[in-house]
Write a new protein. Structure first.
Length: 302
């Protein structure tokens, strides 16, 4: 839908901006044999991996998929295991597609920029592209090539060879970047085509279904907020003797030290029977304790 396209576009733009700032402030090729490759690949791969993990973590579908999967009620709610597995695979593909937007954008932009690739691969350029000092050993040649990303370390007689090597590596990097973009675009397009071909709904019916799911989720969120607020209000009223926001409060309840201790501290979700949970310590206290205690009228002198 349009919201997904806009969200993906924003993610891509932020990734491009972050990559440019990241490269400008942090990237500095070591220009040393063995270190160039590790440094360049680290800047290429590690941020992409982090963005992938963040993409998974920020997707609500990820938590919908994994939350409560070890619950004893899970087996009762999934009688058709084959259909359930197919649904899980479909959702995983959808989540992965969204999560790949940022890392693929990072890889494409860094490859088109070429700096990381030049640093990582400079020492592995074929001897054919290096015309100076043909009689030196292979180890010395690799050390010279590894220094090429740092122009200040290259002697004047090797400047032309350095320029040729840098141009070659930038060419390779940019071609790889554009190929990556082309593969991703074609894959996304074919995926949408296949999904549409196998859809059991017609075009307008699918649009109606998408609109229904969106509105249902929005209404459910609103009802969840209101329901939880009303439910929590009952427990707060029992503890303090009034509801926040009430005008002309006649009296308030003075909780005892034991009651303060009962609702303070840390607690996990507590199961009280086969169908219900206590959501908090205040919830647990309100269900167990009778309505009594010390009350103070608000118009009296304490």
């Amino acid at each position: 839908g349009k919201e997904v396209v806009i969200a993906n576009a924003i993610i891509a733009i932020l990734t491009i901006g972050g990559q440019q700032l990241f490269s400008f402030f942090t990237f500095s090729c070591p220009c040393h044999v063995g270190q160039n490759l590790i440094y360049g690949l680290a800047f290429l791969g590690v941020p992409a991996l982090i963005l992938l993990v963040v993409g998974y973590a920020l997707n609500n579908q990820t938590w919908r998929l994994v939350t409560g999967k070890r619950s004893p009620f899970q087996e009762e709610t999934t009688p058709n295991r084959l259909l359930h597995c197919k649904l899980i695979c479909f959702v995983l593909c959808s989540i992965t597609g969204r999560a790949l937007v940022a890392p693929v954008t990072w890889l494409a932009v860094t490859l088109i920029n070429g700096s990381y690739y030049v640093c990582a691969m400079s020492e592995f350029v074929s001897v054919y592209y290096y015309g100076a000092h043909a009689n030196i050993t292979a180890g010395e040649r690799r050390r010279m090539l590894a220094a090429f990303p740092c122009s200040q370390l290259v002697p004047p007689e090797q400047t032309r060879a350095r320029d040729e090597v840098i141009l070659l590596l930038r060419y390779q990097s940019q071609v790889a970047g554009w190929l990556l973009i082309a593969v991703v675009v074609i894959t996304v397009f074919l995926s949408y085509c296949l999904a549409s071909c196998f859809s059991p709904l017609s075009f307008l019916h699918f649009r109606y279904w998408s609109s229904y799911v969106h509105n249902e989720q929005q209404l459910f969120d609103e009802a969840t907020d209101q329901h939880s607020r009303l439910y929590a209000t009952q427990h707060v009223r029992k503890f303090f003797g009034f509801v926040p926001g009430t005008e002309n409060v006649k009296e308030i309840r003075i909780p005892s030290l034991r009651e303060w201790q009962a609702i303070s501290g840390l607690a996990f979700l507590k199961r009280v029977d086969e169908e219900h949970y206590d959501y908090s310590l205040l919830h647990d206290w309100a269900l167990k304790e009778p309505v009594n205690g010390k009350y103070l009228k608000t118009d009296e002198d304490p």
